[in-house]
Design a protein around this ligand. Sequence first.
Ligand SMILES: [Zn+2]
Ligand SMILES: [Zn+2]
Length: 279
Amino acid sequence: MPKTGVFFSPAVKGKDWPVIGDKFRNFPEVMADVLKNPNVALYSPKPVDEKLLFKVHTANVVMDLKSAWYYEGAVYSVGGCVEALERICRGEIVNAIVFNVAAGHHAGPSYAWGGTYVSCAGPMIVDAREKFGVERFAIIDTDSHHGDGDRAMFKGDPNVLHVCFCSRNASENSGTKIDVDVGWSTTDSDYLKLVEREFKPRVLDFKPYAIIHFFGHDTCEGDYGSRGLTPNFYLDLARLVKSIAEECCGGRYIIITGGGARRDVAEYIFPNIIRILAE
Ligand SMILES: [Zn+2]
Ligand SMILES: [Zn+2]
């Protein structure tokens, strides 16, 4: 049985996606070596069922998406997110990475912006609750920007812990919605210490079914959301959150690619992260 699912649709490459560009243009080729690992399985997801989108978004968000040129990339990305969690719920894999364009953390129930025009976490959590009866999820957001859409999506939901590493300190919703200011000029080790200090104890206490990680690399030096981090930071981060997932939820952990336009960083970190997930 494979341990790690890699969800990659050919629909996420070959277009100049909003904000991130065509950063997956050399995928899945650059993952060829790691995809030979018997612990790794490559899945080509289907587009998300539109009914799920209407369950989490107002009609105007879905209709705007349907008329946009990035529609196909977005719905295959969200389809990968939903399928990844379903396969984890069925015990077919333990952890996953989903290659994502045009969808993610700036998509709330009634709006979507900033390069992410439909929610990833909303459809996957609604689907898993309905089909598998699993309720509690932790979302960690280490993209450079505040995850306003995910925050709005789960506002008032006591069964979603949302810990967002961004530019402010806040605690809302009885401590289930947390923001951590990481500063604009930080270091790899300072950032990792913040994850240890601000995410780990909360998620161990929360006991989610799985951890969902909105994994931007726009925080890398030279990228549009730089906080001065190096490419190797992302490998350490994946290793750390994976170990936390092993401690609190049987290793059930899904990485969704987020912001970041540096193609060289994407090509370096994601094959290595798959190797880490599969260890
Ligand atoms: Zn970002
Ligand atoms: Zn935030």
